[in-house]
Ligand binder design. Structure first.
Ligand SMILES: Nc1ncnc2c1ncn2[C@@H]1O[C@H](COP(=O)(O)OP(=O)(O)OP(=O)(O)O)[C@@H](O)[C@H]1O
Length: 349
């Protein structure tokens, strides 16, 4: 079966093309899958999510590539055609639910607006569906009579998820849906997504800077660095066998919950300015494994060789954009040593 969403070589520019916030990004979302889009601040996650939704801010535009949702290239559609697909095909859950919910309307009225005006339901049908949606996200239907300010942060976020699901969209895109919440409430909201995924086969992209959110919730992951997706695959494969040096470095920056070996080695330096990225691999200036080609040639997405994974059925879906991908097992071992990451900038200079 084809993937629900296939993004190929997507480019998005701000400031008349001077800042390429997304520069040749590739990703896929299989049907019924949750994809975690992970990367550090400023790597272009929000821009990519907004480009998928077709709601870029003024001054931003898609410069190249395709976004094929269920067989239709959304980039080729007019703005009006794209707007008509919002809610129905693609729905958005923002970081703070307050930007999805209108403070002056009761939740029931906001549900009615989407369900009646966009979905063509009668009021009675809309009210029944709204109650079902609230139940699906763990809220009592009685709370539909409340205003957003009467909800706690976690409840508001669940109400925003219910609203996003109103017209049974094919794909939900959630931008840092738990970042603004405290840890216990984060868990409740993540469990809501997990439940929806298991019970309803929800397909979603979860944008996050937090690998532990991906590990908890997402069956697939796309790792983004400086405007590009550098590694992509089933979460288990990517987290157990990171194959791009940036992913290896990210993993080192998170404590391993299953072992006492606390190797916390930061990746030195910072991502390049997107107005003037380096030629070749964008991670090369911070990469302990960079070779001459990395400074000049952009590495293409390369599927991991089958022999890394002989027995694993998901091997074919795991790729990394690194010239040294064939050496990934050896590099991974090196990457676990904190010394590997020390003084990289000086060594490369
Ligand atoms: N309106 C804008 N005009 C110009 N540049 C912008 C604009 N919005 C974002 N950028 C730039 O685009 C790049 C990507 O930003 P984006 O917000 O997509 O990244 P992000 O990974 O989502 O970061 P964060 O996690 O901090 O939200 C950044 O370098 C940012 O400075």
């Amino acid at each position: 079966m084809t993937d629900l969403l296939a993004v190929r070589d997507l480019g998005v520019a701000y400031a008349n093309g001077r800042v390429m916030a997304v520069d040749g990004a590739d990703l896929t979302v299989p049907r019924g899958a949750m994809l975690g889009l992970v990367g550090e601040s400023g790597c272009g996650k929000t821009t990519l999510a907004r480009a998928l939704m077709g709601v870029l801010p003024p001054g931003a535009r898609v410069t190249r590539g395709s976004v094929v949702l269920d067989g239709t290239d959304l980039v080729a559609l007019t703005a009006a055609e794209r707007r008509a697909r919002l809610w129905r095909e693609l729905a958005f859950v923002p970081q703070t639910a307050m930007s999805a919910l209108d403070p002056v309307y009761r939740l029931r009225d906001q549900m009615r607006e989407v369900l009646c005006e966009r979905g063509g339901l009668s009021r009675a049908e809309a009210d029944t569906r709204a109650a079902e949606l609230f139940e699906a996200v763990g809220l009592h239907p009685r709370r539909l009579a409340d205003y957003p300010h009467q909800f706690s942060g976690g409840m508001r976020q669940r109400a925003a998820i219910a609203l996003a699901l109103a017209l049974r969209p094919k794909l939900v895109i959630a931008d840092e849906p738990v970042t603004a919440l405290d840890v216990i409430v984060q868990r409740q909201v993540l469990d809501t997504f997990r439940d929806l995924s298991e019970r309803m086969g929800l397909s979603a992209i979860i944008v996050t800077h937090d690998i532990s959110v991906v590990a908890y919730l997402c069956g697939h992951v796309a790792v983004m660095y400086a405007g590009k997706v550098v590694e992509h695959g089933p979460t288990e494969a990517v987290l157990q066998r990171p194959s791009h040096p940036y992913t290896m470095g990210l993993m080192n920056a998170f404590p391993d919950l299953e072992s006492d070996e606390a190797v916390l080695a930061p990746i030195e330096g910072s991502p390049p300015p997107l107005s003037d990225p380096p030629p070749g691999c964008r991670f090369a200036p911070r990469c302990p494994f960079a070779v001459a080609a990395c400074g000049t040639v952009v590495p293409p997405p390369t599927t991991l060789a089958a022999d890394h994974w002989a027995a694993d059925h998901w091997a074919a879906d795991h790729w990394a954009a690194c010239h040294r991908v064939a050496e990934a097992p050896a590099l991974r071992a090196e990457a676990r040593r904190p010394a590997t990451w020390q003084g990289v900038a000086e060594r490369l200079a």
